[in-house]
Design a protein around this ligand. Structure first.
Ligand SMILES: [Zn+2]
Ligand SMILES: [Zn+2]
Length: 135
């Protein structure tokens, strides 16, 4: 996501975009999304520098570390970014957005607080009922 410094008026500018997680290099075996990464930014110009207030929203695809069921968790994050223009005509947000998302990406999650997991003997999902194996 790119913001051109010249396009930011005195009163500021709001930009919204849906970014492809793959293009942000966020699509790895541990990080998965079931929606685009939605970013809403309010940009203000302070002389030639740019101050941004961004809101990130995306649905992450999770696998329960207990029963292996797939489910979605919404990730939301508000961040402030500040760029010195250093003579550039635009600022590129992608790397910073990526870092911020990586930091807050949920890891080792359970589908619910009371997930019973899988039976270690027969592999049945114990959330769906007892399997009958001897305890
Ligand atoms: Zn589970
Ligand atoms: Zn069993």
């Amino acid at each position: 996501m790119k913001i051109f410094i010249n396009e930011i008026p005195q009163q500021g500018l709001v930009r919204e975009a849906d970014l492809d997680p793959k293009k942000l290099n966020l699509d790895t075996c541990q990080i998965n999304f079931s929606s685009p990464v939605h970013v809403k930014c309010s940009a203000t110009r302070i002389d030639r520098d740019v101050f941004l207030k961004c809101e990130i929203t995306a649905m992450t695809r999770q696998i329960c570390s207990c029963c292996l069921k797939e489910f979605d968790i919404k990730l939301t994050k508000k961040i402030d970014l500040y760029y010195e223009s250093k003579g550039q005509i635009s600022v590129e947000l992608d790397d910073d957005l990526k870092d911020e998302i990586m930091v807050d990406y949920p890891m080792k999650v359970l589908c619910s607080g009371g997930c019973k997991g899988l039976c270690p003997k027969c592999g049945k999902d114990l959330n769906e009922g007892e399997c009958g194996c001897p305890k």
